[in-house]
Design a protein around this ligand. Structure first.
Ligand code: GLU
Length: 275
């Protein structure tokens, strides 16, 4: 009797466990997370032309437009997106902890980062450059930085490149975000700032009478959309969305709208390789 009364309850609990286990599994993938029409996306808040939080609270830039396009293809409208700041040093952890569902934040695809996250794309290609004050005459490129104070951002490939190749002769100053490096440059507290040319060009566009780019680029940076390491279906879906953005002409329009004024040559879209 007791057994008969317990049985339906046990079955119900088992059924519940089974459903929640299945639900949990699908929730962990990007497609599962997008099912309720919402996503949390990591972007930059201080990079003009790429990812910027304007004073009116709006988020603008090429990375933001790529993020919105990808979200749209996953069935999530702009109103369903929560934007979260993803600084250079925080990106892998934000993704691994599930604090963001994906990251579109000038995020170079590297083998080291692939140990912790996976990448879709690439959706853009640029290279590392050098930014100086407009009145600077001594610094003309990376080979003229000896004895100078050079600012870059912790956790970036740019700072790593300086540490591995210029460290003996250059004093590296690291901040948490590029806008702080630019403030230090304008104040005379550092002599140059280094990171991807497209990022630096955004700051020049805001202050063309005070800042300039010098020398040629000296690395290749391929920007990917970062997402959870094991989400192969999510990676394929995001890469397919990027290909559709390029194929539809939206990619070029978004680039012209956001980077067109920055004074750098607009590149062709890179081949999507991370599928
Ligand atoms: N693209 C480089 C990187 O992923 C530099 C720009 C950045 O710090 O976001 O590290």
């Amino acid at each position: 009797m007791l057994f008969r009364r317990l049985l339906p309850a046990t079955a119900a609990v088992a059924a519940l466990l089974l459903t929640s286990a299945c639900g949990g599994a699908s929730d962990d993938t990007l497609k599962g997370k997008a099912e309720d029409g919402t996503l949390t996306i990591g972007i930059r808040f201080d990079q003009p032309g790429l990812g910027q939080r304007r004073l009116d609270g709006k988020f603008v830039g090429f990375d933001v437009e790529v993020a919105k396009y990808v979200a749209g293809k996953l069935g999530v409208p702009e109103s369903g997106i929560t934007w979260k700041e993803a600084r250079s040093a925080d990106r892998e952890k934000l993704i691994a902890d599930g604090a963001v569902d994906f990251v579109v934040a000038t995020y170079s695809i590297t083998d080291k980062r692939k140990e912790k996250v996976s990448f879709a794309g690439p959706y853009f290609q640029t290279g590392q450059g050098v930014l100086v004050r407009y009145t600077e005459n001594d610094i003309t490129g990376p080979e003229t930085l000896n004895g100078k104070r050079l600012c870059s951002v912790t956790g970036s490939t740019s700072a790593q490149k300086v540490a591995s190749e210029f460290a003996q002769d250059v004093e590296l100053v690291e901040y948490g975000q590029y806008s702080d490096c630019v403030t230090a440059l304008l104040a005379g507290n550092v002599d140059a700032v280094t990171t991807d040319e497209v990022i630096l060009a955004g700051y020049v566009a805001e202050n063309p009478e005070l800042l300039k780019l010098v020398g040629d680029t000296f690395t290749t940076e391929r920007y990917g959309v970062g997402l959870a390491k094991d989400d192969a279906a999510g990676r394929a879906a995001v890469s397919s969305a990027i290909e559709q953005m390029v194929g539809s002409g939206e990619w070029r329009k978004a680039l012209e709208r956001n980077i067109g004024q920055a004074g750098v040559e607009l590149p062709d879209p890179p081949q999507v390789t991370e599928k």
